[in-house]
Write a protein of this length. Structure first.
Length: 765
């Protein structure tokens, strides 16, 4: 939704922004109530409450920033942040003074008393000096009219107060905001058992505070108000706050110590020892509290409680109003495809998604997909692969030969696993008298396929038992709509792994009154996902399944056929490669010149590299394809060429050949081969060494046609101990070629451990 400060808002956002307005008005009132007490400075609690109120206001402005004009929220947050900072120092000083005075009353040593009195006096003097800064910040805040601006903006929204805050967008935003804050907090878990990580403990405290404030904002929409979880975070915040206070006080005392009178130093040193001990004691409390929370699944409980979508009456209201939903299935960890589908569906005004299962398996972002599907707008069932992954967690032996499951299990977090375990095998809803059943396979089995050509007798049998007018299934990955016995069977296809030779993401739109299905296909960057699969180390078969949009067994069969044919032995293959290269770059003159020169150099250095006909074929293909990346971008075109060679399904290459030939093309310029590069990782050391040799030859050949004018007519090679001479017969001006070779010969010289010299001989023809 666009940020606004207007009389009306999009209907779907009214409840969410109404919650924003009510929250901010309440927090502004709380903040304003503290200002008179802070000005009088008779009770330190006013400063404390003012700082807390300003922090809560800042947190709410961040949560609800999309409900207001962005330039205004930026200004409001900056003003409240300045207020928090100005009163923060004063509040810290108040806490220190109160602590020192209490500690002083328990002290029974006269020598120590002098030091304590000195420190208390020093702190009170500093606190007194701070009051003018506090008053100045309050004057600046009131003079800026910021609080009036926020209030007026909120009152515009509350004029339309008939809306309910319990809307789908509110639950969706609550889930997103709380989940993000919880993730932020849990990133510091690695530092919990490191007592010396004081700075990280402070950051953890801030993260816990942000999570707590965010949960307080949305607590109204959850049954029970999340009170137990908010109390838990308050305990974390308190103990971490005390640890931080002790750290700060110790640092300040050590900084002040050189200026402390001799008679006061004993008391100060004793105080330092006490503070250090107290910090250690509080740290032990914190670790116990954290370990107890983890052992009892209290963090996962926050996720489960906030995973709860809106009450059924809200969903029913949306369905009755919109009379249409998005239907998806078989995301299989493909986050990019899911995001594309959600974006497309939202453009159509769809708010609710029915998901027929298989959230994970195969794709590279299983955790992120589960996190997305936990949103309030998704109603999910479990799929057979989801169940297999859960079983693989319980019995790792089942994953020994399954790369997809092993990868998925490594990526999933405990909270993701808990959510998958909570999913039902079927979902039923009724809209306008139409009974809808959502399940993954069939009502009888999560593993049963319902195909477009499934026998009508079997579908009739299912229809009789299902007690539904519409049965939505997944599993087969094939878009389908069939009506048997008055029951409509629908499969929306696969979001993340289509099998109909169209790589676009698939889903369907179900409309009620009358019942109608629209099948949709959505573009997304499939090649980018395939390349990321490779970077993650998944088998090339996975990438090819996405790119070709066919089942894995077909990809494997095609690969076996190519390996058996050894097509590199067939010269017609070169013509096939040439035709594909021409599709990307119609002008093949430079590529063909590079091919001729590279093969000349290859043939005449054979005694040095000892490579055979298959390697010569790799080099020939690479020279024809090395510049096809220019069809996409001039910058980094060598990497684009690699990408096309890996991803174009029409190239007649085996998986290994794609990597080898693509790598040779990739290294025809710029960076030298590095074993860390993802395109080299699937290859053996011997294959990598061959790529280096062939790339070095291609670099020199490419340099010899830098002008793209086919200056070089012939190449002869003469070898000497640690020295190679290329005699180049030329016609025309070879200055550009000469300069280019001097820049690109480094790899060639490293490979052959010889200096390379070019001797130019004019061709008399």
């Amino acid at each position: 939704m666009k940020a606004f400060l207007t009389q009306s808002t999009p209907e779907s956002k009214d409840g969410y922004c109404l919650l924003a307005a009510k929250t901010l008005l309440r927090q502004i009132k709380e903040l304003e109530n503290q200002i008179p007490g802070v000005r009088k400075n008779n009770d330190i609690e006013y400063v404390h409450k003012l700082r807390v109120a300003s922090r809560r206001l800042r947190s709410a402005l961040s949560v609800f920033d999309e409900c207001f004009e962005s330039k205004l929220t930026k200004k409001w947050r900056k003003a409240t942040k300045n207020l928090t900072r100005s009163v923060g120092a004063a509040r810290d000083a108040d806490v220190q003074i109160a602590f020192l005075e209490n500690y002083s009353r328990t002290n029974e040593e006269d020598n120590a008393a002098r030091g304590l009195d000195y420190i208390i006096g020093l702190k009170k003097a500093r606190r007194m000096a701070m009051q003018s800064d506090v008053l100045e910040s309050l004057d600046e805040l009131e003079g800026s009219q910021i609080l009036y601006e926020i209030s007026d903006s909120c009152k515009i929204i509350t004029r339309n107060d008939e809306h309910d805050i319990n809307t789908l967008p509110t639950y969706e935003k609550a889930h997103h905001q709380i989940s993000a804050r919880l993730d932020e907090m849990l990133t510091f878990e690695q530092f919990v058992h490191n007592e010396a990580a004081a700075a990280k403990h402070h950051e953890l405290r801030i993260a816990a505070k942000r999570l707590r404030y965010t949960m307080e904002i949305f607590s109204l929409i959850y049954k029970g108000g999340l009170s137990d979880q908010i109390s838990l975070l308050k305990r974390f915040q308190d103990v971490l706050g005390e640890m931080h206070d002790y750290d700060v006080w110790v640092e300040e005392l050590r900084a002040d110590r050189p200026d402390i009178p001799d008679e006061a130093r004993y008391g100060v040193d004793k105080l330092l020892t006490y503070l250090t001990e107290m910090r250690k004691f509080r740290y032990m409390n914190f670790v116990f509290l954290w370990d107890d929370a983890v052992a009892n699944g209290l963090f996962d409980r926050i996720r489960r409680l906030t995973d709860v979508g809106p009450p059924s009456e809200i969903l029913r209201e949306i369905l009755l109003r919109d009379k249409k939903v998005a239907v998806i299935s078989d995301v299989h960890g493909n986050l990019d495809a899911l995001q594309a589908v959600v974006s497309d569906a939202k453009k159509l005004g769809l708010q609710i998604f029915l998901n027929a299962g298989d959230a994970v398996g195969f794709g590279i972002y299983p955790s992120q997909v589960v996190k997305t599907l936990r949103s309030a707008m998704f109603l999910n069932v479990i799929g057979n692969v989801d169940l297999e992954v859960l079983e693989g967690l319980r019995n790792p032996e089942l994953n020994r030969n399954d790369a997809a499951k092993k990868f998925t299990i490594e990526e999933l977090r405990p909270s993701d696993v808990a959510y998958l375990e909570s999913l039902p095998k079927e979902l039923r809803l009724k809209v306008d008298g139409t009974n809808v059943l959502v399940t993954h396979g069939s009502p009888d089995s999560v593993d049963e396929h319902i195909y477009p050509d499934s026998p009508a007798e079997r579908l009739e049998e299912i229809a009789l038992k299902a007690s539904a007018d519409v049965i939505i299934t997944g599993h087969s990955h094939m878009p389908m709509k069939r009506e048997v016995g008055g029951v409509i069977f629908v499969n929306p296809g696969s979001v993340g792994r289509p099998v109909d030779r169209d790589s676009r993401a698939e889903y369907a739109v179900l409309s009620f009154d009358p019942i109608k299905f629209e099948f949709r296909k959505v573009n997304y960057d499939v090649e980018a996902v395939a390349n990321e699969m490779r970077r993650k180390g998944l088998p090339e078969t996975f990438a090819q399944v996405l790119l070709r949009a066919v089942p894995s067994n077909i990809v494997k069969k095609q690969e076996e056929e190519l390996q058996k044919k050894e097509i590199w032995k067939n010269r017609s293959t070169i013509n096939e490669v040439r035709e594909i290269a021409r599709k990307y770059l119609p002008d093949e003159t430079h590529a063909d010149q590079d091919r001729k020169l590279a093969l000349m150099i290859f043939n005449k250095t054979k005694k040095l590299h000892s490579l055979g006909n298959e390697e010569r074929y790799w080099l020939e293909c690479a020279t024809l394809l090395h510049d096809i990346g220019l069809s996409r971008s001039g910058r980094g075109h060598h990497k684009s060429s690699l990408g096309i060679i890996l991803n174009d399904p029409n190239l007649p290459f085996t998986h290994k050949e794609r990597y080898v030939i693509g790598s040779i093309a990739r290294y025809h310029r710029k960076a030298l081969p590095d074993k860390k590069h993802f395109n080299l990782r699937p290859l053996s050391q011997i294959e990598r060494e061959k790529i280096v040799v062939l790339s070095s030859i291609l670099r020199v050949a490419d340099a010899l046609d830098y002008s793209h004018k086919s200056v070089v007519r012939a190449v002869n090679v003469k070898t000497f101990p640690r020295h190679i001479v290329l005699e180049c017969g030329f016609s025309g001006n070879h200055d550009l070629e000469d300069t280019s070779v001097s820049k690109k010969k480094e790899l060639f010289e490293k490979v052959f451990m010889s200096d390379l010299t070019i001797v130019w001989k004019r061709d008399p023809r």
